[in-house]
Ligand binder design. Structure first.
Ligand code: ATP
Ligand code: MG
Length: 305
């Protein structure tokens, strides 16, 4: 890794980058999945990440969130170097699991599959992390959870178990659950691609509303209309590199890169055929148990009450 950048960057102004990824690299068993990704997301910005299956979108989100450790480059979130500390001589040292868990707490992530605890009600799912990880008092957490559930249109579903909720409702609970930790940044990994088409709209509506409140969001999605309307910035990835980026009008409506054009053509064709997921096959899911395990790992380090 290059040893030039500093561990902590100045924080402050409103238009400053909340996320800065520089030359991020990641391999799995010699398979180079991210080949030097650069990305800047400013505070309050919505960035939509597009790209074919296997291009590294999920891996990149997981690297930002420290669910994967990067092999090269740097990622800062709100001025803080993720996953590493840099000593006075510029050497990088891995943070401890506890330090990484603390960094991860500032970032909300919503997966394709909702990963709710099936044996807990909607409300219990939402209060789980604040009470277990942050030590928020139950009464306080419950009141906030009610507000959050209301904000995603589920005021009347707080006592429902996930099994009794539609996919769209479960995903909205998952969004409320992520927001309950007051994240600085929200990452969405194809949040609507596991939903029946008629349920997609309600989740996108909640995300649109969240964007309007000024939340900084990185959204992996195949929903081109959403990207065109909500994204400030669109990034097209292919084979572990950023091929093209810019405002949605440029990248989606007037793509310059041939790979972007081919991808968008395939998406359009799939849409016309009424296909799902933009015609990309073999979408690898983020495993549910992993997220639950992360939560459990966070809970395990909760201070004794
Ligand atoms: N834990 C892992 N171990 C080994 N290989 C992995 C792992 N995670 C991802 N990969 C590989 O990295 C590549 C990129 O995967 P990734 O899931 O990031 O792509 P993606 O762009 O999110 O694709 P999709 O649109 O299908 O979700 C794939 O070839 C995948 O098989
Ligand atoms: Mg993916």
């Amino acid at each position: 890794m290059a040893q030039t950048a500093t561990t902590r960057q100045s924080s402050g102004t409103q238009d400053e980058a909340l996320v800065r990824a520089v030359n991020v690299m990641k391999s799995f068993h010699g398979n180079e999945v991210l080949k030097g990704i650069d990305l800047t997301v400013r505070r309050g910005e919505v960035v939509c990440l597009l790209g074919p299956s296997g291009s590294g979108k999920t891996t990149f989100l997981r690297c930002i969130n420290q669910l994967e450790s990067i092999d090269g480059g740097r990622i800062w979130v709100d001025g803080e170097l993720m996953g590493f500390r840099q000593d006075d001589r510029g050497q990088l040292h891995h943070l401890t699991d506890k330090q990484i868990a603390a960094q991860r707490r500032e970032i909300g992530m919503v997966f394709q599959r909702f990963n709710l605890f099936p044996h807990k009600t909607a409300l219990e799912n939402v209060i789980e992390a604040p009470t277990q990880v942050k030590g928020v008092r139950k009464g306080v957490a419950r009141a906030r959870a009610q507000d959050l559930l209301a904000s995603v249109g589920l005021a009347d579903k707080s006592a429902a178990y996930p099994g009794a909720l539609s996919g769209g409702q479960q995903q909205r609970v998952a969004i409320a659950r992520a927001l309950a930790m007051d994240p600085k940044l929200m990452l969405f990994d194809e949040p609507t691609s596991a939903l029946d088409p008629e349920l997609v709209g309600e989740v996108l509506r909640v995300m649109r509303e969240l964007a309007r409140t000024g939340m900084t969001m990185i959204v992996v999605t195949h929903e081109m209309e959403f990207a065109r309307e909500v994204a400030d910035h669109v990034v097209f990835m292919d084979a572990g590199v950023v091929c093209e980026e810019g405002p949605p009008e440029q990248v989606i409506a007037h793509p310059r890169n041939e790979r972007t054009r081919a991808f968008l053509r395939r998406m359009r064709n799939a849409e016309e055929r009424g296909g799902e997921g933009g015609g990309e096959e073999g979408g690898r899911d983020v495993p549910g148990p992993a997220a639950a395990a992360d939560l459990a790992a966070d809970a395990a380090e909760r201070p004794p009450t």
